[in-house]
Design a binder for this molecule. Structure first.
Ligand code: GLU
Length: 416
């Protein structure tokens, strides 16, 4: 999950894009980047960290008057959070830049093909293949190159593309990741979600799966993936910015409940193969012998993660026929637990920073057990303690909350 924004209009693009990114930060916040088109050159600023720390580099010290650009705030799925892995990603010649939300499941295969054709990659992400694929198909018509590239891709994506030969447009497309197009006055937008643009554009189109759009300053055209023009329905949004953050739902919890199908798709995306019916857990890091000598599994976690562990116990016992205990990490760490080298301990933590779970993992390891972590936050403490990992890819915890939305939630709860 991450946030994308694209802008073409009359204002300095970097300012509009940065503002939009701050409103999308709840979708991802380990790194961010902006690319603008100025005098047939693409200028890029990207770095690791939270947006407020990147403000100087990306906006204050970035003197570009460009009125056309794309931006991205990332929640890493492939490749650690770093400046190189931050989006947008470019092709070999700096001709185009792509911001991508989602997971390209067949990126390894595509990357091998592109490498053998001589493409040079700068990042560890799945997303960079999109830039090189579009480059490989580009023959003067950007929309066609994007379409051809997306025909090669398996996975989920919302993308925004900018090309130095096309200073009049942005191109975007989606499959299984949200993307909207917004129309302002003399300016138009692409965004992952309404809050990014609600201050500038109130008329929006929700792209459906396998639809694309070309965004000019004065008009927007919509296409299917064969390149046929399509008609789209415009929606006028009278939400205020706080309501926009909740996506039209009356509160955040309801919004998160409705996001669950997408989160589950993200979790299994790229790890299940329709071709051979197998599951690929590339970060697992445990060898066959580690797994096969397991005589008992102990799941340790706290809070909600503990309850998901209890569901895991039923599933694992049913499918694997190995006894599973589910333990509160805070109890486990203080009670001389029965684990040894034939025990596989599974530690679950969204943040990877749960103190009791971390301590319980150390306790288990000191007794010779192998530990598998199920974690959402990349590069968190737990990911460094465990022997193997499965990332959940559920997106960031909690929401970007400003004073207004805090106040609105308080009134919602009947408090002052
Ligand atoms: N899969 C991409 C990456 O890891 C995009 C992740 C996102 O949606 O933020 O860079």
């Amino acid at each position: 999950m991450c946030g994308i924004i694209g802008y073409i209009g009359e204002k300095p693009a970097k300012d509009v894009i940065f503002e939009g990114l701050t409103r999308l930060e709840y979708r991802g916040y380990d790194s961010a980047g902006i690319a603008v088109l100025e005098n047939e050159r693409l200028l890029v600023r990207k770095d690791m960290g939270k947006l407020r720390d990147l403000q100087k580099n990306m906006v204050a010290d970035f003197n570009s008057p460009s009125t056309q650009g794309i931006g991205h705030t990332r929640w890493a799925t492939h490749g650690r959070p770093s400046a190189f892995n931050a989006h947008p990603h470019g092709d070999c010649h700096g001709s185009l830049m792509v911001a991508h939300n989602g997971i390209i499941e067949n990126y390894m295969k595509l990357k091998e093909r592109l490498l053998s054709q001589g493409h040079v990659f700068l990042s560890e992400t799945d997303s960079e293949v999109l830039a090189h694929l579009i480059e490989s198909y580009y023959q003067g018509v950007l929309e066609e190159a994007v379409r051809k590239a997306l025909h090669d891709v398996e996975g989920a994506y919302g993308i925004a593309v900018i090309h130095k030969n096309h200073p009049d447009r942005l191109v975007c497309a989606r499959k299984d990741c949200p993307l909207i197009v917004g129309a302002g006055s003399g300016e138009n937008f692409i965004a992952s979600d309404v809050p990014a643009i609600i201050n500038h554009a109130r008329n929006v189109v929700y792209l459906n799966n396998l639809e694309s759009a070309t965004i000019f300053r004065e008009k927007i055209s919509f296409f299917d993936f064969e390149g046929n023009p399509i008609e789209k329905k415009w929606h006028h949004l009278d939400w205020n910015p706080v309501a926009a953050e909740k996506g039209g739902f009356s509160h955040f919890m309801l919004k998160e409940i409705f996001e669950q199908p997408q989160v589950i798709r993200n979790t299994i995306g790229g790890r299940t193969s329709e071709e051979d019916g197998k599951i690929y857990l590339t970060e697992l890091g445990l060898s066959g012998p580690d797994i096969f000598k397991t005589q008992r599994i102990v799941i340790i976690a706290c809070g909600t993660a503990f309850y998901s562990g209890c569901v895991g116990k039923y599933l694992i016992e049913k499918l694997v026929r190995v006894p599973v205990d589910c333990d509160l990490a805070s109890e486990f760490r203080y009670r001389n637990p029965l684990v040894d080298a034939n025990t596989l301990v599974i530690a679950i933590s969204q943040s990877g920073e749960t103190a009791d779970t971390l301590a319980a993992v150390k306790e288990a390891k000191s007794r010779g057990a192998k530990v598998l972590g199920i974690v959402n936050a990349k590069e968190s403490s737990l990911t460094r303690e465990v022997d193997g990992l499965v990332y959940i890819h559920a997106g960031p915890e909690g929401l970007y909350c400003d004073a207004d939305s805090y106040h609105a939630s308080c009134s919602f709860l009947g408090k002052d």
